[in-house]
Ligand binder design. Structure first.
Ligand code: S3P
Length: 175
């Protein structure tokens, strides 16, 4: 079983991947981490020294590689992953996909606390961040909404989200 968690930056994909993987006895993976390990360079450094186009190519290549294997996992992808190249088609064809859906306010509050290591929002104040998320989420939503499952993350903590998502997967996707 391959489960992919997608959603905007700050929606809690990596934490939830770990918690759901533990409950389903699967391996947890994080695409940004896979890219950093394979490329031997951090994501902010890739953006700075090689540019976003290089990052998007690496992202597509490593996603395709993971999805072509036999291994089962819960994979957190980057906020932009479903929106570039043929990634959404790969995700739809080879995994159970989940959109962690949060309001602009929820995402802004979370990202305002944890902007570090996120080149796209580096240096933004709260007002700029709100405006950026509103516009960016509008552009990305049509990709996220192609997921098989939508999980609302507003006003819930990671353990509640993990319990809810694990149940949904057990009910709908267990053989
Ligand atoms: C990005 C999100 C990041 C990372 C990169 C680009 C995006 O991942 O892949 O900085 O385009 O939204 P997170 O969603 O895990 O922050």
């Amino acid at each position: 079983m391959k489960i992919i968690l997608m959603g905007y930056m700050g929606s809690g994909k990596s934490t939830l991947a770990r918690k759901v993987a533990e409950r389903l006895d699967l391996k947890a993976l994080d695409l940004d981490q896979v890219i950093e390990d394979k490329e031997q360079i951090s994501i902010p450094e890739i953006f700075k020294t090689k540019g976003e186009i290089y990052f998007r190519k690496a992202e597509n290549q490593h996603l395709a590689e993971l999805l072509s294997g036999d291994e089962s996992f819960v994979l957190a992808v980057g906020g932009g992953t479903p929106c570039y190249a043929n990634n959404i088609d790969l995700i739809k064809s080879f995994s159970i996909s989940v959109y962690l859906k949060g309001s602009i306010n929820t995402l802004k509050n979370r990202l305002n606390k944890g902007k570090g290591g996120r080149p796209l929002i580096e240096g933004m104040d709260e007002e700029q961040l709100t405006e950026f998320i509103a516009k960016h989420l509008f552009e990305r939503r049509s990709f996220y909404e192609q997921s098989d499952v939508v999980l609302s993350i507003d006003e819930k903590d990671a353990d509640q989200n993990a319990a809810e998502l694990t149940n949904l997967i057990r009910i709908h996707y267990s053989k």
